[in-house]
Design a protein around this ligand. Structure first.
Ligand code: FRU
Length: 327
């Protein structure tokens, strides 16, 4: 028997080892802590499919009020999402999609547009005769990887002089692509652009090119555009990346959406967060904007801590009062 007014949100996170997902979790936690009656439980599947299925099963067995899921891959997570729906639990899918449209709502940036944005950056900055691109893809079977490829090709295919000379299959982490990219560059160093499906793999590709003394010959584009010392925005400022395509985590929005669904507010099925290209033209502006948001977050956190301390003090004094009155 849990408290009647409690809102129990279960979030099944694909993994939490990278800064993007850590930032997503942080903004969810901060947003949730603004509502005293929300209990947010985050489970980290550590990129293990069976673990993610099991964790969702536990959320179903616990009858959480709403489930938020960022699926590792689309197909294997689809049945358990269906199971939650069948059990009457609304499901908000974030960032990566399941296989069909069977969820209460989806929230995330349009990954086809992310791919198109990356391609447009290349087209805009290269008037050169031939442009040879290596595309480094995210994990097979995860929707952002599939959709980024689709969008990228939609634009690139319109230009006869621009071609994708190699596609390297990665798994979102740089270790998955470095040997393959090295092997490719060793037989063909004539590459103008590398488009990697995230900034971590773009950085990994840049490291390999630098090792071979080729990093100045080619330009690198990533995705995510996180703020902070290791993030994509800083890599644009440092000249490692020509550009990164912003992929917002949507952490705050996810909590707001979850509440909207629970309050029976009209919620659209597919909710698209905006994306944009961050390059040397706007990297400073973006950095300043995100810094300001972070300052505000820190201020909110400080205020929340103060409120909690006040509340504890109040209860302590109240207890003291009760004891005194009972004497
Ligand atoms: C984080 C991440 C991001 C990428 C997203 C795609 O785990 O790999 O870098 O944009 O997942 O779902």
């Amino acid at each position: 028997g849990s408290n009647e007014d409690q809102i129990r949100i279960g979030f099944s996170q694909a993994m939490t080892k990278d800064d993007w997902r850590r930032s997503m979790n942080n903004s969810m936690q901060l947003q949730a802590s603004l509502y005293p009656n929300i209990v947010l439980t985050i489970q980290d599947a550590n990129y293990e499919i069976q673990k993610q299925i099991d964790q969702i099963e536990v959320f179903i067995a616990d009858s959480v009020d709403i489930l938020i899921v960022s699926p590792i891959q689309s197909k294997p997570i689809t049945p358990v999402v269906q199971k939650a729906l069948d059990a009457g639990i609304p499901v908000l899918v974030v960032d990566r999609k399941t296989e069909n449209q069977n969820y209460t709502a989806y929230l995330g940036a349009d990954n086809i547009e992310v791919g198109r944005n990356a391609a447009k950056e290349i087209i805009a900055s290269k008037a050169q005769d031939r442009v040879r691109i290596v595309e480094i893809q995210g994990m097979a079977g995860s929707s952002p990887a599939e959709e980024r490829t689709i969008g990228f090709r939609q634009v690139i295919d319109q230009y006869d002089n621009v071609s994708i000379v190699s596609q390297i299959q990665g798994d979102w982490e740089k270790e998955s692509i470095q040997d393959k990219f090295r092997a490719f560059l060793q037989q063909d160093g004539n590459v103008d652009y590398v488009f990697a499906h995230n900034d971590r793999m773009a950085k990994g590709a840049w490291e390999v090119a630098r090792e071979l003394g080729l990093e100045k010959k080619m330009s690198f584009i990533g995705v995510d555009g996180l703020n902070g010392p290791n993030g994509g925005i800083q890599m644009v400022e440092d000249g490692i990346l020509e550009a990164t395509v912003l992929y917002p985590t949507g952490g705050d929005e996810a909590i707001k959406f979850a509440l909207g669904i629970l309050n029976n507010e009209p919620v659209s099925k597919n909710n698209i967060l905006s994306t944009t290209v961050i390059n040397e033209v706007n990297a400073d502006i973006m950095k300043n904007q995100f810094d300001k948001i972070n300052e505000q977050r820190t201020a909110i956190e400080t205020q929340l801590t103060a409120i909690h301390q006040q509340r504890e003090l109040y209860y302590a004094q109240n207890n003291l009062l009760k004891i005194t009155m009972a004497l």
